[in-house]
Write a new protein. Structure first.
Length: 273
């Protein structure tokens, strides 16, 4: 997470639409929603296989032994070893005969346990405004990147919450992820933080919530610095948003997007209501 500081990134941005169910109001109230992987718009996202088929017999045993040691720390050592040997035998058999079962089990775990909050380094990218704000009718929220980083390091507000902040790496091919030769951090970074180069224009960062998908988490309002309304955002939606922000984040700075006059691009003018 030190890359935020080393890259000199001041702000990270979240694009939103004014949806009919008013889900957009959560972020105006300083609440982050972490959708599950299945709600993301890329079916390859977080689905890069971990290559158990490359493991040796000893490595499979090591994986099963580590699992048993974690979940049954007080079990008799000889009994636990016997159980581990049997589990390793079954896992090797599954990998040889029905590898898709192993991959499906991992994907199900990711789907049911991890939430993803996507951000970007880009504010003025016209494709992002077109794709993620209902063709410039929505808005964009700016987070203080360093404060966001510090919040995650300090335990995501609550001591028992765990989260990672990852910078997305864009590749043409899947990275090779080994269950034991890659560290836990590297496996997470490679599986959850790699996307196709077709998405590189997004310059994405993401928060991975490790303790639940489809969950909501409050954040201190000071982390949310500015809001930028799209150039086609309706007066009604802007008015409703300002009323919410005045209550939940009165110090936020507000801007309205406008077209540049002589080039393809956006300017942002202070909003006065």
């Amino acid at each position: 997470m030190d890359t935020i500081k080393s890259l000199g990134i001041k702000g990270l941005y979240k694009f939103k639409t004014f949806d009919q169910n008013n889900y957009y109001q959560d972020i105006l109230k300083n609440i982050l929603y972490f959708p599950s992987v299945s709600q993301l718009n890329d079916p390859f996202d977080c689905a890069i296989p971990i290559r158990y088929d490359l493991c040796s017999k000893q490595e499979i045993f090591k994986i099963c032994n580590a699992t048993n040691s974690h979940y049954y720390p007080s079990a008799n050592r000889s009994i636990r070893r016997k159980e581990t040997i049997e589990q390793a035998r079954k896992l090797r058999q599954e990998i040889r005969q029905t590898p898709d079962i192993v991959y499906t089990r991992i994907n199900n775990y990711v789907e049911n346990n991890l939430g993803v909050f996507a951000l970007t380094e880009e504010l003025k990218n016209l494709l992002l405004w077109a794709h993620y704000t209902d063709a410039h009718k929505g808005f964009c929220i700016e987070f203080d990147a360093q404060m966001l980083r510090n919040m995650l390091i300090n335990g995501f507000i609550y001591v028992n919450k765990r989260a990672l902040l990852l910078k997305i790496n864009y590749e043409n091919e899947f990275p090779l992820i080994h269950p034991t030769r890659n560290s836990t951090d590297d496996r997470a970074r490679l599986q959850l933080g790699t996307k196709s180069k077709d998405w590189s224009y997004e310059r994405e960062w993401r928060i991975i919530h490790l303790d639940g998908s489809r969950c909501k988490e409050p954040v201190p309002p000071v982390i949310i610095k500015r809001i930028y309304f799209g150039m086609l955002a309706s007066e009604e939606n802007i008015k409703t948003s300002v009323e919410i922000l005045n209550k939940f984040n009165p110090k936020i700075e507000m801007f309205k997007a406008t077209k540049k006059k002589l080039e393809f691009g956006l300017d942002f003018e202070p909003l006065r209501m």
